[in-house]
Design a protein around this ligand. Structure first.
Ligand code: SF4
Ligand code: SF4
Length: 217
């Protein structure tokens, strides 16, 4: 297999037009070209040294067309939205937005790294609240405890038993929420709101593409 042959059909190791793709598909992606590689964001990020790629490096890789490496990394999933980089960037790039936009795009393409804790937690949170319009805390807590397996879950639950019992006594925890739980009154309204968000995202995507094509002519 030569260096250009993808190992996953969804991944293409090198794409010269990857910057265009990011401009069209990723929120804030049209600002990536403004990065002057000063490194301030990499130096300001409290967790950057522990990631595979800092924001500065990711932006350089996007411009170099390294599609495979950018979309498969878990670096953007590690962003905690502290905004340290954003307030210091001399070019005023919306770095946090771009980091989350890249993560979301990788997820949409099915290329996000599996078993990445932030990704897994976000998905579990979203699936939990989506239907009823509110988070079922009992189900979510059980997910947090047991998603690493039964043994790990029992250990964690045992370690937290004091807090759990205290919440039960104070009426802050209702084990019967396990069996359905209560929902928002207007679940149809929640579904309509989520559909609207999707519609706005699609409109934004079309707007970015239009702006990109306008700038190219
Ligand atoms: S601080 Fe801004 S301009 Fe500097 S490398 Fe980071 S994104 Fe680029
Ligand atoms: S917002 Fe994200 S990328 Fe920026 S400094 Fe904070 S953790 Fe790092």
């Amino acid at each position: 297999m030569d260096a250009q042959t993808p190992t996953n059909p969804g991944l293409r190791p090198y794409r010269p037009d990857f910057l265009r793709e990011v401009e069209r598909e990723v929120e804030g992606g049209d600002m990536v070209k403004m990065c002057m590689q000063c490194g301030v964001c990499a130096g300001s990020c409290p967790f950057g040294p522990h990631w595979e790629h800092s924001p500065q490096k990711l932006f350089m890789m996007i411009r170099a067309g390294q599609r495979d490496a950018v979309l498969a990394t878990d670096s953007m999933w590690m962003c905690t939205s502290c905004y340290n980089c954003v307030v210091r960037c001399p070019r005023k790039l919306p770095i946090t937005t771009i980091m989350h936009g890249l993560a979301s795009y990788a997820q949409r393409l099915g290329l996000a790294p599996k078993m990445q804790p932030t990704r897994d937690l976000s998905l579990a949170f979203y699936r939990n609240f989506r239907k009823g319009g509110r988070l079922n805390e009992v189900k979510f807590t059980l997910w947090v405890y047991f998603h690493d397996g039964l043994r790990a879950g029992v250990k964690k639950a045992w370690a937290m038993r004091g807090i759990g019992l205290g919440m039960l006594k104070a009426g802050r925890l209702n084990p019967f929420e396990m069996f359905g739980g209560h929902r928002c009154k207007d679940t149809k309204g929640i579904a309509a709101m989520l559909a609207k968000v999707q519609q706005i995202e699609q409109r934004e995507q079309a707007r970015r593409e239009e702006a990109r094509q306008g700038a190219a002519h």
